[in-house]
Each structure stands twice: as structure tokens, then as C-alpha cells.
Design a protein around this ligand. Structure first.
Ligand code: NAD
Ligand code: USQ
Length: 401
């Protein structure tokens, strides 16, 4: 199968590209390297030493004999080049990771909000437009987020995208519908993902574009079978206050002797998935496309849910780290329950990797190995959700604007 991976240099995209290539799919990466530029803007680096993309790709070819092609391209800004690439490569599937994905980064200032909206919405719309203009029957696989549903306690098990509703149109008379679950974004970043859903709905209805939208939870872990083959293939590990996600941050904090930073009460419940399951889910989605004319297929790409303070306790018990409750800069529910449906990907063959001491130890070991690369001043989460705390002059410009 020919697969175009947009955003294939990133945390999820890189291991996915390798995994698909290892399954003998013909992989082409397009990326504008914005994530590496944002590292420079934030003056932070991945905890793991990541090679430049051409070095990564050479190493992969040397080790496996498989070739992955790379084109540097901005999906949001270079529509004609994207279209030409699709015409030339004729992919069976496009996997779309190419968005600004950090909620705290998206809330840093007006410039960061605008960059995130401009980048993410233009990127998604350009991909859809290019697929239609190419006249090719390409399956689009998009990485969405569990955050589209919001994190208020819903009192029900969150469905995979669609909610059955009954609307009373006259006394004793009702119509049944399935609608997209009402969106409830908690950040500008999450808002872009809720808007992506409408783009998919429209282009699927109007042009019969085949779309699978994977509503992914917080990804944890670092290495996959392929990235651990050689240090030149190592995956990125974000630990800073903007891009670091909670469980990897706790494991890194334990490794460098920094108290585990629980926001507020830590009563926030979130959905999680290991990076090895991420790449497997994408493989499953690509190889099980929807039929032409089928509505947008939505899967909840998350294998388990946990409360933040429970994760902190677990990591503390394993490592002897201390836990610190710090003020929460976000506007989010202090406590929430989260029940989810996630059978769709299992039905396709996913055997979920559960959070286990062994896996936690593996990530902890990576953090310990590269602890010397940690800049402790970059650990605190400083991005403010509250408008009254206006951005400081230094955080007023986003790299890419
Ligand atoms: P990442 O920032 O590490 O990777 C994104 C990649 O896309 C980067 O290499 C970046 O340079 C590229 N990119 C961004 N805008 C682009 C553009 N306009 N043109 C070309 N390339 C562009 O992020 P990630 O963690 O790999 O996340 C990938 C996707 O998965 C995102 O859409 C994100 O919303 C989603 N997701 C991630 C997580 C997580 O925990 N990491 C969880 C749920 C969903
Ligand atoms: N949190 C802490 N301490 C920390 C960091 C985070 O308590 O040191 C808390 C946050 O306040 C939040 C929760 O942990 O309640 C999750 O935060 P996060 O930074 O791990 O994840 P989030 O901002 O939600 O974003 C990440 C990815 C994003 C993806 C999303 C999936 O960056 O791309 O869409 O997870 S989901 O959370 O399901 O929406």
C-alpha cells in the first residue's frame, strides 16, 4: 500500500512511518519541520537526542533496506505543492498528523492561538481539497483527540463519535438521529480538532471522501519496536511545560529528582494510549478503510483511563519520587469521571497494551539515561488559560507566524 504521512517527523508520525515501512507499505513523509522550529522558539530540546530527518531515514535504509522518501512541505501553506505531490505519489492512504498539537502552546498568547488555528484548520482543509481535486479515491486517516468530547462528567459512556438522539417533533411523535457527539473543547488546540470534524463531515457527504478520524487519548511511552533498533531512530520525548504530556512528564520528573507536578487536585481523568498501540491502530485503520459512501468512521483511540493524581501515586510508588500539587494554569474541571467506548479498534484486531510496571520502568529508564539533557527550568507549565494574565512580551510571538 502507498501511504503519505503528513507530519511524519513528529512524536507519533515518525514511529508510524517506520512501522508502516516495516510492514512493507511504501511510505512517503511530508513535514514542514515546524515542530523542530518550535523547540528552538521555546529554547528546549527533546529529552532524547533526535537526529535530523535525513539521518534518520538513511539509518532506516541501512538497517532494513527499506526506503522512506521525504518532502519538506507546509501542508497549510503550500496547497499547489501538496496537490502535485498527491498526483505524483498516488497514495492509497494519507495519514494526517500535521497539526500544532500542544494545548498549552495554543493558549500562550494571541499569536499562538492564531498560529494554531491558521495552521491546523488550513492543513486539514487543504488535505481534503487536494484529495477531491486529485480525483483519486484516497482514504484519509486523521489523528483527532478524545478532548473533542470535553472533560465534564457526562454521566454516560462516551460513544465513538456519534450519539443516538431522539427529538420530539410533536406530542407523542419523535425522530431518531445519530449526531456527532456535542463538542466541548478545552483549549484553542482542542477547538481546532472539533472544527476538523465538520470539514470531514462535509467532504464525506459532498464528495464521498473516505475518512477515518481517530480520537486519540494522551500518548505515553517513547520507543516502538522499530525506533529502538538504533539510537539514530530514537523517538522524541517532550518533557517541557508546553509539549510534555502528563505521564511521560511524571516519569521524567522522577528520573531527574523533580517533584511530580500534579495540577490542582489531580482529579482530572484522562484517556491514555501507549505509542506502540498508536502505531498499531494506524496500521489497522489504514488496512481497514471505510467503503466509498460510508459516513466518516470514528474510533476512540485510547486503551484505558486514569486520574492524574493516581498516576502520580503510581509513579511515586515505583520510583520513590515525591508528589507536589501545583496551581493549575488551565481552566478545566478539577474532578471528572470518564467512561469511554473503545471497541472499534479492538474489533479490527488491537490487543491493548496496558499501563504496567514494566512499561513504566522502560520509559523511566529512557528518562534516566538522558537525564543530563534535561533543562529543569523548562519543566514548569506556565501557559495561562486565563485572559487576565496576558502573555509576557517574550511569549507574544509564535515561531511560525
Ligand atoms: P508533533 O508535534 O510531535 O508532530 C506533528 C508533526 O507535524 C511535526 O513533525 C510538525 O513539524 C508537523 N507539522 C505541523 N504542522 C505542519 C504543516 N502545516 N505542514 C507540514 N507539517 C506540519 O505531534 P504528535 O504528538 O506527533 O501528534 C500528531 C497528531 O496526533 C496531532 O494531530 C495531535 O493532535 C494528535 N494527537 C497527539 C497526542 C499526543 O499525546 N502526542 C494525543 C492525541 C492526538
Ligand atoms: N497535567 C498535570 N501535570 C502536568 C501536566 C499535565 O497535572 O505536569 C494535567 C493537565 O492539567 C491535564 C492532564 O494532565 O488535566 C493532561 O494534560 P496533558 O498535557 O498530558 O494532555 P493534553 O493537554 O490534554 O494534550 C495531550 C496532547 C494532545 C492530545 C491530548 C489528548 O498534547 O495533542 O490531543 O493529550 S486528550 O487529553 O485526550 O484530549
Amino acid at each position: 500500500m502507498k501511504v503519505l504521512v503528513l507530519g511524519g517527523d513528529g512524536f507519533c508520525g515518525w514511529p508510524t512511518a517506520l512501522h508502516l515501512s516495516a510492514q512493507n507499505d511504501q511510505v512517503l513523509i511530508a513535514d514542514n519541520m515546524s515542530r523542530r522550529r518550535i523547540d528552538r522558539e521555546l529554547q528546549v530540546e527533546s529529552l532524547t537526542p533526535i537526529e535530523q530527518l535525513p539521518v534518520r531515514l538513511d539509518a532506516w535504509q541501512t538497517l532494513t533496506g527499506q526506503t522512506i522518501r521525504f518532502v519538506e512541505l507546509d501542508v497549510a501553506m503550500e496547497y499547489e505543492r501538496l496537490l502535485a505531490l498527491i498526483h505524483e505519489a498516488q497514495p492509497d492512504a494519507v495519514v494526517h498528523f500535521a497539526e500544532q498539537r500542544a494545548a498549552p502552546y495554543s493558549m500562550k498568547s494571541a499569536a499562538h492561538k492564531r498560529y494554531t488555528v491558521d495552521n491546523n484548520l488550513r492543513a486539514t482543509h487543504n488535505v481534503l481539497c487536494a484529495i477531491v481535486e486529485s480525483s483519486l479515491d484516497i482514504h484519509l486517516v486523521h489523528l483527532g483527540t478524545m478532548g473533542v468530547y470535553g472533560y465534564q462528567t457526562a454521566g454516560l459512556r462516551i460513544p465513538e463519535g456519534y450519539l443516538p438522539v431522539s427529538i420530539e417533533i410533536a406530542p407523542g411523535q419523535s425522530v431518531q438521529r445519530e449526531i456527532l457527539f456535542p463538542s466541548d473543547p478545552g483549549s484553542v488546540y482542542h477547538m481546532t480538532k472539533t472544527q476538523d470534524q465538520l470539514f470531514f463531515y462535509f467532504y464525506n457527504k459532498n464528495d464521498k471522501v473516505r475518512v477515518t478520524d481517530l480520537h486519540q487519548g494522551v500518548v505515553w511511552g517513547t520507543q516502538t519496536k522499530e525506533t529502538q533498533l538504533d539510537e539514530r531512530l530514537i523517538n522524541r520525548f517532550d518533557y517541557d511545560g508546553d509539549y510534555g504530556t502528563v505521564l511521560n512528564r511524571f516519569l521524567m520528573q522522577a528520573a531527574v529528582g523533580y517533584p511530580l507536578t500534579v495540577h490542582g487536585s489531580g482529579g482530572q481523568t484522562r484517556a491514555f494510549i501507549h505509542i506502540r498501540d498508536t502505531v498499531r491502530c494506524i496500521e489497522l485503520a489504514i488496512h481497514n478503510p471505510p467503503r466509498r459512501g460510508e459516513r466518516v468512521r470514528i474510533f476512540n483511540q485510547a486503551t484505558e483511563t486514569h486520574r492524574v493524581r493516581d498516576l502520580a501515586q503510581l509513579v511515586a510508588r515505583l520510583t520513590g519520587a515525591t508528589v507536589q500539587h501545583v496551581p493549575n494554569m488551565r481552566i478545566e474541571a478539577e474532578e471528572n469521571e470518564l467512561l469511554i467506548h473503545n471497541q472499534g479498534l479492538r474489533d479490527l484486531g488491537l490487543q491493548p497494551i496496558r499501563l504496567s510496571d514494566g512499561l513504566l520502568e522502560e520509559v523511566h529508564a529512557i528518562s534516566k539515561r538522558y537525564a543530563h539533557r534535561c533543562d529543569r527550568s523548562k519543566i514548569p507549565c506556565l501557559s495561562q488559560w486565563r485572559a487576565e494574565h496576558a502573555a509576557t512580551p517574550t511569549s507574544r510571538s509564535a515561531t511560525c507566524t
